[in-house]
Write a protein that binds this ligand. Structure first.
Ligand SMILES: *Cc1c(COP(=O)(O)O)cnc(C)c1O
Length: 363
């Protein structure tokens, strides 16, 4: 069986360095908000070409802390994509802001910039775009709309570490960018971790306080903050893996290149290849009108696939109040998507096998 993702294999090359880093932290006697975190924050900011990086507990908190730091009035509207993982939108809801869904472009499956303007009202405060599957959103259009209507642009880049848009790294393009280092992401910790990157010094400062109870100095609290810190061991592990992210993304790109060139199956829609050398290829998401049978066939061929995602946010029980909404493009995508294995430890032979299996499929 070719597994969709084998974290044991993913982390194997780093085991010794991770052991050394973890032991160093263990013996230091300093486990939260110390030099390991500072060192990772500096390195990740540099990697993203951003001025500031603030380590937090996870990707969900990274989005939530950005929204908290902007302190939008209750009930403000935040533009969000219809097609994304629920974690992109949950912080909008729990902070008593209103998510306003915008349909994706059917080809890229990312928020369709031509459909944003019609959703903007006097209550709109920000566009939260998601670089889903590892591809940057159309930032030129989004930034120009934001400028026109005086909106903040927030990017959820939990799947897009290292992706580029117009020569610029994701993490330095939006007003603020949220990252997750959940173990399966392109840069993954061995537990939960996340970060915010920004070029805005005031926003960075607020998030530094907010992640630690809103405290500037010990026992002096400027804001009602939360506890969302990236601990020293995870920071040290991420620092070990960061120098290899670029090589791993290149490996992902070379697999994507082969899939795009060699997969030839009627009815199977491949992801766009126009930015093949710039996308981070967190996932290789294809669409098939009869997804169930296609997945079953691949499973019989010994290839494990995944679905990102089977049920759109507006149809989730957690969002019962909007279950009656109808977003036809979002729903079509959720009915048809299948993710093929794509990760840096797949061998050329496995890639060849997957391509041949897909091309053999017959309804
Ligand atoms: C993983 C992910 C998140 C959440 O990150 P966590 O670290 O699990 O909280 C948010 N948005 C997207 C698009 C994700 O893929």
């Amino acid at each position: 069986m070719i597994p969709f993702l084998d974290l044991n294999q993913i982390n194997k090359p780093y085991i010794q360095a991770i052991e050394e880093a973890s032991l160093r932290v263990l013996r230091s006697g300093w486990y939260i908000l110390g030099n390991e975190l500072k060192s990772f924050e500096t390195a990740f900011a540099r990697y993203c070409q951003a001025k500031y990086c603030i380590g937090v507990a996870n990707g969900l908190d990274a989005i939530g802390l950005i929204l908290r730091a902007y302190d939008f009035p209750e009930g403000s509207e935040i533009i969000v994509p219809g097609n994304t993982y629920i974690a992109s939108v949950l912080p909008v809801s729990y902070l008593n802001l209103r998510p306003v869904f915008v349909e994706p472009d059917l080809c890229s499956m990312l928020i369709d910039p031509s459909k944003i303007e019609e959703k903007i009202t006097s209550d709109t405060k920000a566009i939260l775009c998601v670089d889903l599957y590892g591809r940057s959103c159309e930032m030129k259009e989004i930034l120009s709309l934001a400028k026109k209507y005086n909106l903040k642009v927030i990017t959820d880049a939990a799947q897009a570490h290292g992706a580029l848009y117009d020569g610029q790294k994701v993490g330095s393009i939006a007003d603020a960018t949220a990252f997750s280092f959940y173990p399966t992401k392109n840069l993954g910790a061995l537990g939960d971790a996340g970060a915010v990157t920004t070029n805005d010094p005031d926003l960075a400062e607020r998030i530094i306080y907010l992640r630690n109870y809103g405290s500037k100095e010990r026992y002096k609290n400027e804001f009602q903050g939360i506890n969302s810190r990236l601990d020293e061991i995870q920071a040290a592990i991420l620092k070990v893996k960061l120098p290899f992210l670029e090589t791993e993304n290149e490996r992902r790109r070379s697999i994507a290149r082969r899939y795009l060139a060699e997969i030839k199956l009627n009815d199977l829609i491949l992801p766009p290849g126009d930015r093949i050398n710039f996308d981070a290829w967190h996932l290789f998401v294809v669409r098939h009108p009869d997804r169930g049978t296609f997945i079953e066939f691949l499973d019989k061929m010994g290839i494990q696939t995944n679905v990102h995602y089977p049920l759109p946010i507006h149809k989730q029980k957690a969002y019962a109040e909007i279950n009656h909404y109808h977003f036809p493009i979002t729903e079509e995508i959720h009915r048809q998507v299948v993710s093929l294995p794509l990760n840096p430890v797949l061998t050329e032979e496995e890639v060849t096998y997957i391509i041949e299996a897909v091309n053999q499929y017959q309804q």
